[in-house]
Design a protein around this ligand. Structure first.
Ligand code: 9MR
Length: 345
């Protein structure tokens, strides 16, 4: 343990002893993040998990989580499964939970090629009609959640790995203008929400990251509001970029006058995880969270659920997982958890 972290532990212990019990600060990921000048440390969640009471208790612990993100409840296939029919029930459940717990909400996501109903992707709409459909979807959803969403992931995963635009019904029909049109519609429906473009594999720098910076500039050039770039942060143990290179990426975002956040952080490994892998994972979490802590414009970190029990990884990457700071039995991985705490100090 470093001298500074020993000092802060000592100071915490002293202040805990000298404070009346009712005012004793509880140390956790979110309280540390806020003490470090960040806006929150958060977790994704999903409706099906909320009946798991021990899970729910952990998620609702605001010492660790000051923000939650619906993993699926606000996606197009859930919200508007057929044209003009809106189903806000699952999203409302997550909103109510955040309100009850006093947590912020990162709302996710309005325009994405995936989890998009086929009436949109295969509708054969012309440019003007698809713009109407997209703007209507955004307007209805953002208006429904007006005042509830601290952040909105307005457009998700618009890029290929080489930095070209991903083919999707939106890009193929409307062209790159679908991005500023989407951001303008979201801003009109809720001027207070912070609006993000969100994508994965931006953490490595390079072509995809540079293209994400160009998207920020594109939206700005249309005069539409964009507030932030979301780094999803689906990383790999042992291949996570260094803290300094992640800091340099975050500084490039800040130079465009917008903020940044890690929006879906998890760091996967081969399962079962070896002791060496967990030790490396702790360092990789520290590199990423530490980079955010060091750059003022990085406002917060969200992990993509907090426990391996509900991680998406094993279903998509066979033989991979153990990506989160809590294990499948909802037990904290002390090494990883403490490394994040320390990175926030
Ligand atoms: O966590 C989500 C999982 O439950 C869904 O099955 C999956 C379907 O695509 O989406 C997951 O969340 C994704 C997020 O919305 C966007 N970035 C990648 C995430 C992991 O797939």
């Amino acid at each position: 343990m470093s001298i500074t972290s020993r000092l802060s532990c000592l100071l915490f212990a002293v202040s805990a002893i000298s404070s009346p019990i009712s005012h004793r600060a509880v140390d956790g990921l979110n309280t540390r993040a806020v003490a470090a000048g960040k806006e929150y440390f958060g977790s994704a969640t999903d409706n099906g998990e909320l009946s798991d009471i021990p899970y729910l208790e952990g998620l609702s612990n605001t010492a660790d989580f000051g923000s939650i993100t619906p993993g699926n409840a606000m996606k197009w296939d859930t919200i508007e499964p057929s044209r003009g029919t809106f189903n806000f029930a699952n999203g409302d459940t997550i909103v109510d939970l955040a309100e009850k717990n006093g947590q912020l909400l990162r709302c996710h996501t309005l325009v994405w090629h995936s989890q998009l109903p086929s009436w949109v992707s295969n509708g054969g709409f012309d440019n003007a009609t698809l713009i109407d459909i997209m703007v209507n979807h955004i307007t209805q959803e953002v208006t429904h959640y007006k005042g509830k969403c601290y952040h909105w992931d307005v457009v998700n995963e618009a890029l290929n790995e080489d930095g070209t635009y991903r083919s999707s019904v939106f890009y193929d029909t409307i062209g790159p203008a679908y991005l500023p049109i989407a951001f303008a519609a979201a801003a009109a429906a809720d001027p207070e929400a912070k609006l993000y473009f969100n994508d994965y594999n931006l953490e490595y720098g390079g072509a995809k990251f540079n293209a994400a910076l160009e998207i920020v500039k594109l939206v700005q050039s249309y005069g539409a509001k964009i507030d932030g770039l979301g780094f999803q942060g689906h990383l790999i143990v042992g291949s996570t970029p260094s803290r300094s290179s992640q800091e340099s990426n975050l500084n490039k975002v800040a130079a465009l006058g917008v903020e940044a956040a890690f929006t879906e952080l998890d760091i996967r490994t081969t399962t079962p995880a070896t002791e060496a892998a967990v030790a490396q994972q702790a360092k990789d979490y520290a590199a990423t969270v530490g980079a955010c802590a060091a750059v003022e414009k990085c406002v917060g970190v969200t992990i993509w659920d907090y426990t391996d029990k509900y991680s998406w990884i094993p279903s998509v990457f066979q033989g991979q997982g153990a990506a989160l700071p809590w294990d499948e039995n909802l037990q904290k991985k002390e090494l990883v958890y403490n490394a994040i705490l320390e990175a926030l100090s």
